[in-house]
Design a protein around this ligand. Structure first.
Ligand SMILES: [Zn+2]
Length: 77
């Protein structure tokens, strides 16, 4: 089972343009199904990003960091 901190890391990796394996994406998806903390986090992330581009690496580092700075990470538990 993926822990919240790991789920957030993977969500952040997606935004950073870090490729995730299919297994990692599935693990993240499953975690989001059962964890409203991380769902909320990802919803904030997506809202700030607007429409997340298909090519995640379309975001440059400065913009990604600016977005991440505005986020309120979920409490780890
Ligand atoms: Zn979680």
């Amino acid at each position: 089972m993926l822990k919240c901190r790991h789920a957030v890391d993977k969500a952040d990796a997606l935004v950073d343009g870090t490729p995730l394996s299919r297994r990692e994406r599935l693990a993240l998806r499953f975690h989001l199904l059962i964890c409203h903390h991380c769902r909320r986090y990802l919803r904030q992330l997506r809202a700030l990003l607007g429409s997340l581009p298909r090519q995640e690496d379309a975001l440059d580092d400065a913009r990604t960091q600016a977005i991440l700075d505005k986020l309120d990470p979920p409490q780890s538990h």
